[in-house]
Design a protein around this ligand. Sequence first.
Ligand SMILES: *Cc1c(COP(=O)(O)O)cnc(C)c1O
Length: 435
Amino acid sequence: MTFYNLKNTSEQYSFKDAVKIAIGSNQGLLFPKNLPKFSPVEIDELLELDFVERSSKILYEILKDDVSHMDTVKNWVTKAFTFPVPLTKLGENGHVLELFSGPTLAFKDFGARFMAQALLWASQEEKSGKDITILTATSGDTGGAVANAFYGIENIKVVILYPKDMVTPLQQRVFTTLDKNIHSIEIAGNFDDSQSLVKDMFLDEDINKNIILNSANSINIARLLAQTCYYFEAISQLPQDERKNMTFCVPSGNFGNLCAGLIAKNMGLPIKKFIAGTNINDTIPRYLNDNIWQPKKTQATLSNAMDISLPSNWVRIEQGLYDNDLSKLKQDVSSNFATDQEIKDKMLEIYKNHNYIIDPHTANGLAVIGKELTANDKYVVLSTAHPAKFQEKVESILNISIPLPPQLANLGTSEPQKHKMPCNFTQLKQFLLEL
Ligand SMILES: *Cc1c(COP(=O)(O)O)cnc(C)c1O
């Protein structure tokens, strides 16, 4: 499989290089050139397999030009996907795909853990003796997942940038309480600012001369490929007669998760439609409505991991998958937003009617479903984080107390460690060079 730069389609990379460089020239994101297509019979066969077996086959099919043995991919998948992915029924027509059982309790664990394996493989022959620095901007959950996936690994340093006042204390604790090779920086700015610092850093000559820089944001294609696997898993857990008629609702921020779902559909997985739910940072719902790209200033909301106005992965969807044909794209994707009040109402409603506790991001998705689907449509909503990760918010909205699962409870009392920085390229560069 070749991966090409969306800003310069003649610039092409092997998977090994794509994982390592993360981003092409001129800040162009990479995208697979020819995705494999499974026939309906092959899809049915895949759906019979267990999660690890099936995911290994799917990913091997994508990567087989670069990774010569199926066992190599299977080894990564076995190490990365070590937790279950339950599909829970919600009412007559709904299902919740619970993607939050990994070590940092959000779906980011799938992509980050798979990417860690792929990157270790890709860097094996690196004889330069230089350490790899993984520079990651997080809107809340990527930081924890990436830090956890790379914690304690020799020759790899991880630097997490997170926006001041826009990441909950618990989300912060997941990465700021790790020592060793993990470094956290609170940036005085929002996620979009941090993400653009990361992208700029890749272009800096001094940096590239002195360190091997990588990014574990969803700008790294390895993460998205891994995420396609749980869409297959969701369908496999449905009864046969419901498998071809599902709408997937994806609570979206940087639009990596939606992109992964669309890649799965492109490979032949029968998915009827996608709904991209956003909060009031609604660049995409407005864009699909009037075809005008008009991001506004990012606002802080209850679903903070989705507080993004410049979704990086949109170009992969619009250009990479739909060849800039917006009307075709709109046949597969619709998008709408929910306010904080709607999110709270939805959390309360689901708790009262189903005795089921959801986090604000999942609630955001469910609130949008109410605006886009009729009562008879069958759907799967992606539950992107465990409610306990947003313990304070969830407890105050539902007026209950919820225990912390072991992953969070065990963060214990260790002191958070962080640096603080203005959103300043030169200062960050200095920090990286001295690390
Ligand atoms: C990252 C994140 C999202 C948004 O996912 P994207 O792939 O960036 O669209 C939604 N919910 C939670 C809990 C997240 O951590």
